[in-house]
Structure formats: C-alpha cells, structure tokens
Design a binder for this molecule. Structure first.
Ligand code: SAM
Ligand code: CA
Length: 254
C-alpha cells in the first residue's frame, strides 16, 4: 500500500516537504511517508493534546536542544499506556523540559508518584511553571544529578524492590544497560520499563561507514548492544515499537 502511495505525484510533493517537516520540533517518525505522520498528528494527536502539554511543547520549541523532546504522538502513547496498566508509582530517567514527565503526571491518579531524575535542573525548571499550573507538580519528586548513583541507593534498600509500576528511560544511551541491571529489581513483576530511542534515528540499520552525526555514531553501538541484550533477557517480555524514535517496552515476568 505504501509503495502505491509513494508512486503518486502527490507523494512526490510530500517528499519535497519531508526535509522541512523532519526538522520541526517533536516531528519524529520512522514512517516512510511524512504525510502519514502529519495525518496522525493532525487527526488524532493535536486535537486531543491537553493545553498544558501544548504550552510546554511551544516553550520547548524555543530551546536550543529542542531535538531532545518527546514528540506529541509519543506523549499520547505514554499517557494511554500508563492508564491501561493503571500505573501509580513511576520513575523517569531523563526529564529535559518535562514533556514526557507532564504526560505521565497528567495520566497518573491524584496520588500517583514520579521519581524524576536529570543532571540538568535548569531545563526542568523551564517547564515547571506549566506543570505547576496544570496542578500535577505534587506528583513529582525531582532529583538533580546522575541517575546511576541514585539507582544504586534505591537498589540497596529492599523496600524499593518491585515497587515501580512503570519506568521510562530516556537519558544517556551509553548507560541504558547499567540502568537495566538496576531497574529490573525496582520494577514490579508485571510492571513495565520503556526504553526510548531504541531505533536511534534509524541508524541501527545503517552500514558502519554511512554518514552520521557524531553523537548518533557514538551512541549507536550502545543502542545496538542494548537491543540485543533486551531480546535475550528472559526476565522480560519485550515489544519494540516504531513510535517516536523507537520505544522498547519491557514487561518484567521474573
Ligand atoms: N524525556 C524528555 C522529554 O520528554 O523531553 C527528554 C529527555 S532528553 C532526550 C535526555 C535527558 O537526559 C537530558 O535532559 C539530559 O540532561 C539527561 N541526562 C543525560 N545524562 C544523564 C544522567 N547520567 N543521569 C540523569 N540524566 C541524564
Ligand atoms: Ca527520547
């Protein structure tokens, strides 16, 4: 079906738009056709995006590192997932300005909790007024600093074992496997971990000598290693989805 669409003159025009659309903030898709992605955004995502999330998306668009933000369709996906699994106690590693954090905070019940970690407080504080205005800041416990030592502290305390319903990992990709070793103890059996960017800009299938931005090339091997390790890990069931830049859901079964 997509081949037939790609052969039409209309798709050629669409292809002409692709370059600019892919540079839009939060415009992240691995779909072949940009028009299809735009269709999803305009039909199902933007009309249902909570006003606070739209406001945070607009603020983030003006920030120089805006490429890091979670896309609106992924925000909607996370929100749906959290509600489907009835998540209450959650963790987020990698907050930036807080788009996925706000999606989570809005999706959790009134007494829901998010332990949120980031080395950078300044970016979190850029989005914080929007989170406060939305009335969900009380669900967030933000910790500034590298995630690994904090996870080590949590793992040392048995009362945290198996206590998280959902953990979203969206930080330094070279540490994902280190995070995995720790958070697997912290998520409950039946709980879910989401590893973000597991298709890493599509670079997971690029030949080694393909031109790539420096940071894409650097993290690529770590993402490849993570994907193999997750596929071989019998303590989890996995599902890798082409949402955003790829998200791998891991359901702890042991
Ligand atoms: N989830 C965010 C959103 O929806 O906008 C995007 C997160 S961004 C892709 C990655 C974040 O990870 C950055 O804000 C960065 O400061 C943070 N980070 C990088 N290394 C980290 C570390 N070792 N520990 C905690 N956070 C880290
Ligand atoms: Ca991400």
């Amino acid at each position: 079906m997509s081949t037939a669409v790609a052969a039409t003159p209309a798709a050629a025009v669409t292809n002409g738009e692709e370059k600019t659309r892919h540079q839009e903030v939060g415009h992240k898709s691995l779909l072949q056709s940009d028009a299809l992605y735009q269709y999803i955004l305009e039909t199902s995502v933007y009309p249902r995006e909570p006003p606070a999330m739209k406001e945070l998306r607009d603020i983030t668009a003006k920030h120089p590192w805006n490429l890091m933000t979670t896309s609106a369709d992924e925000g909607q996906f996370l929100s749906m997932l959290l509600k489907l699994i009835g998540a209450k106690n959650t963790m987020e590693i990698g907050v930036y300005t807080g788009y996925s954090l706000l999606a989570t905070a809005l999706a959790l019940p009134e007494d829901g909790k998010i332990l949120a970690m980031d080395v950078n407080r300044e970016n979190y504080e850029l989005g914080l007024p929007v989170i406060q205005k939305a009335g969900v800041a009380h669900k967030i416990d933000f910790r500034e600093g590298p995630a690994l030592p904090l996870l080590d502290q949590l793992v040392e305390d048995p009362s945290f074992h198996g206590s998280y319903d959902f953990i979203f990992v969206d930080a330094d990709k070279d540490n994902y496997l280190n995070y995995h070793k720790r958070i697997l103890d912290l998520v409950k059996v039946g709980g879910v971990i989401g590893y973000d960017n597991t298709l890493w800009n599509g670079s997971v299938v690029a030949p080694p000598d393909a031109p790539m931005r420096k940071y894409v090339r650097y993290y690529r091997d770590f993402v490849l290693e993570l994907n193999k390790a997750l596929a071989a890990d019998e303590r989890i069931e996995i599902c890798q989805l082409p949402v955003g830049d790829g998200i791998t859901l891991c359901r702890r079964v042991k």
